[in-house]
Design a binder for this molecule. Structure first.
Ligand code: CTP
Length: 421
């Protein structure tokens, strides 16, 4: 895809600089040659040696190095590249680019270039939303600088909003689009901050709060070796348990059979069947919030047998009589005195996602429903991404397609806001 393309990667100093390692690897896998320029601040986050090892080229950092200038001057660095990529692009380097400052090698190369520049901003949400940064970004966009991201998500300091650097594969996709001629200023617009407000929470806002999360599928035994189940990976539920724990909650995760690792700092209760899941949930009460992300089997076999069903020669296959499983979400929502203050369910739908979820919220008696499309083409079941809608009594929020970790982080922040308010 990128065979023979030459990328000059300018790494400025932010925590997201560590993602450059993956970015370089991904670009090189696709055949691109990557040469790196780093700022002095970037060297506080990644070493020149690591960038050199991954790019298999020397790394340029010092504008006043006689050797560098004699071998490859700052003009030459940009001349030799097809595209300049600034990742991460800090508020500082965007400001320098907008103002035309040239006080180190990175900013000098950016001022001296006549090549297209793609910037992947990464900074604290307040810095990104600051009028100065927004004005700088608008100025740069007006001059033809392309942007990818920043993405929205939970950030350091318990802030939530736009400011996370786009993921390496998103940056690669933007680069490929540019080379294919699909990405051209001024038609390409960066993801503008939505929603514009940054959410500020106290440090570990859920300290002292108890949370219950169900995750994964359940297995309903037919006999000791066979069962009925589904494709749920448990990825979303486990990510929610981890995100709630990160915000300080005391979390019990009741998990069906999954291959996910236990989230750090979470009490995990492993179960097989829906009956066992319900029992484990009831033992975990009282809690402040319950999130039912498990894909509970709707039916179980009426009479599971203790011995393996055998095929008798000439006999008809066994007929399985199914009976409904308990509805864990509905049971928790109606738990009377023990009802969690906030009960959140999921709605896995294959059609009419939002209207089905709105009806499901009322039917199950829960407070919020996170609705997602799990139809075959959506890639949700077993996949890493999720496109969800949050249905509350106030209305429906459409969240952008994002990783299940990002959905979990955003949901945990929303839960914290609700409980702390
Ligand atoms: N759920 C539950 N116990 C069940 C079935 C579902 O706790 N026996 C919970 C799920 O964890 C999820 C929500 O209910 O939070 C909705 O699950 P979903 O499978 O979408 O809905 P169903 O109740 O199975 O309804 P339907 O299959 O008709 O869409």
């Amino acid at each position: 895809m990128l065979t023979g393309k030459r990328i000059l990667l300018i790494v400025s100093g932010g925590i997201a600089a560590f993602k450059c390692h993956d970015l370089i690897r991904r670009l090189r896998e696709r055949g691109a040659a990557v040469r790196c320029v780093m700022t002095e601040a970037a060297a506080k986050f990644v070493t020149p040696l690591s960038l050199q090892a991954l790019s298999e080229d020397r790394v340029y950092a010092d504008m006043f190095s006689l050797t560098d200038e004699s071998e490859m001057g700052h003009i030459e660095l940009s001349r030799e590249a097809d595209l300049l990529v600034v990742a991460p692009a800090t508020a500082d380097i965007l400001a320098k680019m907008a103002a035309g400052l040239a006080d180190d090698l990175a900013s000098t190369v950016l001022l001296a270039t006549d090549k297209t520049v793609l910037a992947a901003p990464a900074m604290n949400v307040r810095m990104w939303l600051h009028a100065a940064t927004q004005a700088n970004a608008a100025t740069l966009r007006g001059r033809g600088v392309l942007f990818v991201g920043p993405n929205e998500g939970a950030m350091a300091c318990n802030e939530y909003g736009p400011g996370r650097m786009a993921e390496p594969l998103e940056i690669v996709a933007a680069i490929e689009s540019w080379f294919m001629g699909k990405l051209a200023a001024p038609d390409f617009h960066m993801a503008l901050p939505q929603p514009p407000e940054a959410i500020i929470l106290p440090h570990r806002p859920l300290l002292g709060r108890r949370a219950l999360v169900t995750s994964g599928p359940t297995r309903e035994a037919i006999d000791p070796v066979r069962y009925i189940s589904n494709h749920s990976s448990g990825r979303q539920g486990h990510a929610i348990a981890a995100a709630l724990a990160t915000l300080g909650a005391d979390v019990t995760l009741v998990a069906g059979p999954v291959s996910q690792a236990d989230p750090v700092g979470v009490r995990v209760v492993r179960v097989d069947s829906a009956d066992q899941m319900l029992e484990a949930c009831q033992v975990a009460l009282p809690v402040d919030v319950a999130v039912c992300a498990a894909a509970v089997a709707d039916w179980k076999v009426a009479r599971a047998v203790n011995a393996k069903l055998k095929k008798a020669p000439g006999a008809a296959p066994p007929v399985l009589e199914l009976v409904p499983n308990p509805d864990i979400l509905a049971t928790l929502s109606a738990a009377g005195i023990n009802r969690p203050r906030l009960v959140v369910g999921f709605a896995a739908e294959t059609e009419d996602v939002v209207s089905n979820a709105v009806a499901k919220r009322t039917r199950k008696g829960c407070d919020w429903i996170v609705a997602n499309d799990v139809s075959a083409g959506s890639g949700t079941f077993g996949g890493t991404d999720n496109t969800v809608h949050l249905v509350t009594a106030e209305g429906v929020e459409d969240w952008p397609k994002q990783s299940k970790d990002a959905v979990a982080a955003r949901l945990a922040v929303r839960i914290a806001q609700h409980l702390v308010a």
